[in-house]
Design a protein around this ligand. Sequence first.
Ligand code: GLC
Length: 615
Amino acid sequence: MKTLKYITVLIFIFAIFSCKNTPKNEAVNEKPFDQTTNWIVLEKSNTTQEADKFTWKFDVKHPADYVVQMVFDKLPTDTVSVEVAGQKFKEVLHADYKINSNKIVSEFQKTVKFSNTGNQIISIETKSDFNKIRIIPHYKNPMGSGKYDEEWLAMHQSPEKKAALNWFKEAKFGMFIHWGLYSQAGGIWNGVKINDVSQPGPKVAEWLMHAFQISRNEYKELAKTFNPDKSFAQNIAKLAKDAGMKYVVITSKHHDGFALFDSKYSEYDMADATPYKGDLVKELYDACLAEELDFGVYYSHGNDWMDGTDGNYANIKKVNDSLGIYTHPSGKNLWDPSPNTHAEYLESKAYPQIKELISMLPELKLIWFDGEGFITEDQSFKFYKMVYDLNPHILVNRRIGWGFGDYEDAGDNKIPSANEVVNKYWETCGTTNNSWGFKSYDHDWKSTKETLYYIVDIASKGGNYLLNIGPDGKGDVPVESKNILREVGTWMHTNGEAIYGTKRWSISSSEGQEETLLDGTTHREGKGFKKTFTSNDFWFTTKENNVYAISLVKPLGEITIKSFKKDIGKITGVKILGNDNEVEWNQNETGLKVNLKGIESNENGFVVKIVMALK
Ligand code: GLC
């Protein structure tokens, strides 16, 4: 969590590097875009003070998510109360970094959303002495200079991209696969578990090289023993099909830099460096197409611990230092960086590999970029345009960087609130235990019911769910994970109509219980999943003139769906998915009553299909 907070302040100034692609207009080049333009800095000397409460009025020029920071001479000791944009929170600040003026910058965990431009008020209550407040754009939505906006929008709104996005919205449910050299280690290195190392960073198994600071030469050795079973591709495609998934996205190259495909631009790949000698991406692509599944690749463009030097850390740090922003090295190779520059890595490996993947996989549906942290605005745009020029039907995700994604993500294992405004279509990616890559000792498997809950909750809020598996070094998928997927598949087989191609229902996304907001991988790992479902709980989706009310408990007796009181509109038919006959129903002032007599019992619930009269 700490790491995340540190990172929040890093990304805003990258555009300073970002002027090299507009040679036509030298004048623009001379005046680099300064990300601090969007900062709101409130001096203590300009406040209205009442006892320990300090209040400022300020102007928001750019609606976005912001991080609130305080600047001190000495670390604060008390809890600080904040009130801003309708939000109130009380927190101990995280006072871990100094800025070059020797002042201490500390920030709140809570981020603040400004949905509109205009006047705002912030109040801070504290006994600690401080110098100023800084309200700065959140790292997840770094603001670019705007110089590419028009060109990007023309591509993003092209008929090809629109058709691709429609495909994506229809698909709804996909398989994510984290698989690579690290899968052989299962989260253990020289007998030590990744969870037991003090090195900061995610304790997920694909971060092996980073967690143990393994040198590039030593890590490379793992390729010599990577020899999975030849049936990998078929098995995986079949599993995805059985699970009712519509597309598959595999880590073609994760942060460790190893390519699962045969690349001309690196010997450090499946075909050249392993005894397997094949191209697993192509094999899986063919197997998926044979199963009528669509195909996408994950590609870590920003991080490459083998060839991507320090991930641009030193360059970024230089600029950050001059602005008084702490630069957290998380996720970058600072233990054994390759001797080249990051720009050279992009030119010699990342751009060419993206081109290779696109030409090798003509039906490729999406590229899931990752590790964008220190990528510049120019570089992100170059990736976007390159993909578009080669195949405009390919979608790219948010993590391409700088707002150039065709769709949003809610965050790893994160379900947003129904109230959150999302400007683009969105997806959540999630794990079956608490790691993406195979971790031999993580047995905290989500139950089928929990997994269904995520699928249903996300669909009811209008998103896609990309559910991960982490096969072991031989390519075998842990049996618990397989079982979850197959049981989900059984549910989808009967109830998929309520998921595929559906939209958020304009009236409500659910009724009955409070939302459980899943707030990231470590949140679920730490808190577990404590939720019971009752026959009063329903999640809604809609397609054409049908609304689907999804329940996650056994069908028993008579149920009442309160959102369907008479004034909602006329209902012309009610069915339970998987049953041919109409059930007895009655719509009145309290809602829609449905008699479930004779409906086959299923632990994982049922779906009421409600046909509304056409208006
Ligand atoms: C995080 C992890 C990375 C994983 C990704 C999946 O970025 O660091 O290993 O691939 O999440 O969303």
